[in-house]
Write a protein that binds this ligand. Structure first.
Ligand code: 2M8
Length: 435
């Protein structure tokens, strides 16, 4: 059974691999290269086509800006099946943007560091892989240097994101109160996502107005981070984003150690790491909720909701054992009923939860992969195994979809998964879970 599933996953990835040397997340819906998708995809590719895995990362890093920034979407081709495309984002407004590729002017969770380490773990030819890492790692380090120099105005070791798309968890209910503080214009535009996916499973038109308005503000200031930090109505310290950075910092420390002769970088990384882990634990843990939460820097308040992002610090070794246990209790208590697969993307006991709508409730395989590995590292073997078997069960039930209904019984028949089909990171991470 597993072999068959892995073969199907390989077919999905191979069909989504493009001549330009990158993998699209899903045909039609997402026709370009996305930053954190590429990382997860490379992990899956490394199991059966190491050259494609290397190419995936090389292509992404090739789109890096002169200031170390790596954009969230690289527009390798003209394709009008996606909105908003290159003409809306206009990365050329930033003086240091890539001259080779047009892109967005926002980023996504910094997974590339730990992805290199995963590729090293998976590769059979370690020498060859270490050579590849040696060629790529400084670019990832520069990307982290960019964050510490530009995304942490209060020097807390916690990076801000200025757009919900930077979080990767696009329409999470976590952002709802921020939308309440804004009143964007009613944009006129042609939605493309809802021509590929049922509108009921996607963000609303009004939510898109907010998304576009945030980009317009950033464009007005030529994507200057200092101006964005002063002016953007959306300015958030996200536990998922920062956990990915911390995990990747550690990976860079370990990999530079293997390469040797990189003491200066290692010393700087360790300094960043300490500041970030301390800042994270001091600021983002909510004792009452028993979980890490987002912090709204613009309005100076914690955003007190539990989502799958709340548990992602387990993947980066951020909580001590006692806090880790509290996190697991919260997860099982709110998300882990026998009638549900782990792990919903938003608190199923909260009124904002919606089991069908994108990042407002459905299960995502990339989040489950992070949680599985984090739980395993902390010794929560049973819960880890449940997250893994639930992920496999969902893919067996629905196919390689983008997101999944966590309810074991939805009362519907002929149910399929939600969002895009033949979705690359669902396939890639399934391969890693089963290998
Ligand atoms: C989704 O986001 C894009 C914008 O970046 C969209 O809705 O158009 C998110 O799930 C994001 O996390 C993901 O990277 C992207 C591509 O899979 O799709």
């Amino acid at each position: 059974m597993n072999e068959n599933l892995i073969d199907r996953a390989i077919d999905v990835l191979d069909a989504n691999f493009q001549e330009g040397g990158f993998t699209i997340p899903s045909k039609g819906l997402y026709p370009f290269q996305w930053k954190w998708d590429s990382g997860f995809i490379a992990i899956g590719l490394a199991h059966y086509n190491i050259e494609h895995a290397k190419t995936e990362i090389k292509t992404l890093l090739d789109a890096q800006w002169q200031n170390g920034f790596i954009p969230h979407i690289v527009f390798h081709s003209e394709n009008d099946s996606y909105f908003p495309g290159a003409d809306f984002h206009r990365s050329e407004l930033h003086p240091y943007s890539s001259k080779k590729y047009r892109s967005t002017g926002m980023t996504q969770p910094p997974v590339t560091g730990f992805v290199l380490q995963e590729m090293y773990r998976i590769a059979e030819d370690k020498v060859d892989m270490l050579n590849f890492i040696e060629d790529s790692i400084d670019k990832v380090y520069q990307n982290h240097a960019y964050f510490y120099a530009n995304r942490d105005p209060q020097n807390e070791g916690l990076m801000f994101i200025y757009h919900n798309w930077e979080s990767g968890t696009d329409n999470s209910p976590v952002w709802d109160d921020i939308w309440e503080t804004m009143n964007p214009p009613e944009y006129e535009f042609e939605r493309k996502d809802t021509t590929h996916v049922d509108a009921a499973q996607r963000p609303s038109k009004r939510e898109y107005d907010h998304y576009l308005y945030l980009i317009d503000i950033a464009k007005e200031h030529h994507y200057d981070d200092a101006r964005i930090a002063e002016l953007s109505p959306f300015l958030v310290q996200d536990p998922l984003f920062n956990a990915m950075l911390i995990k990747s910092n550690q990976a860079l420390i370990d990999l530079y150690g293997l390469i040797g002769g990189k003491e200066i970088e290692i010393t700087i990384l360790k300094k960043w790491q300490k500041k970030s882990i301390d800042g994270f634990n001091n600021k983002l843990f909510d004792e009452e909720l028993g979980a890490y939460v987002h912090y709204d820097l613009r309005n100076n308040r914690p955003i007190r909701f539990v989502s799958s992002s709340s548990f992602s610090p387990l993947f980066a070794g951020i909580p001590n054992q006692k806090r880790a246990k509290i996190l697991v209790e919260t997860m099982l208590d709110k998300f882990g009923g026998d009638d549900k697969y782990l792990c919903a993307s938003f608190d199923p006991t909260n009124e904002r939860y919606d089991p069908r709508k994108y990042w407002r409730g459905p299960v995502w395989i990339n989040m489950n992969w992070l949680l599985y590995n984090g739980l395993k590292d902390y010794g929560f073997t049973e819960v880890a195994e449940r997250v893994k078997s639930d992920s496999v069960a969902l893919i067996e039930r629905d196919g390689f979809f983008e997101y999944f209904d966590c309810r074991k019984d939805t009362g519907e028949t002929n149910r399929v998964g939600y969002g895009g089909g033949d979705f690359s990171w669902s396939a890639a991470l399934l391969i890693d879970l089963l290998k």
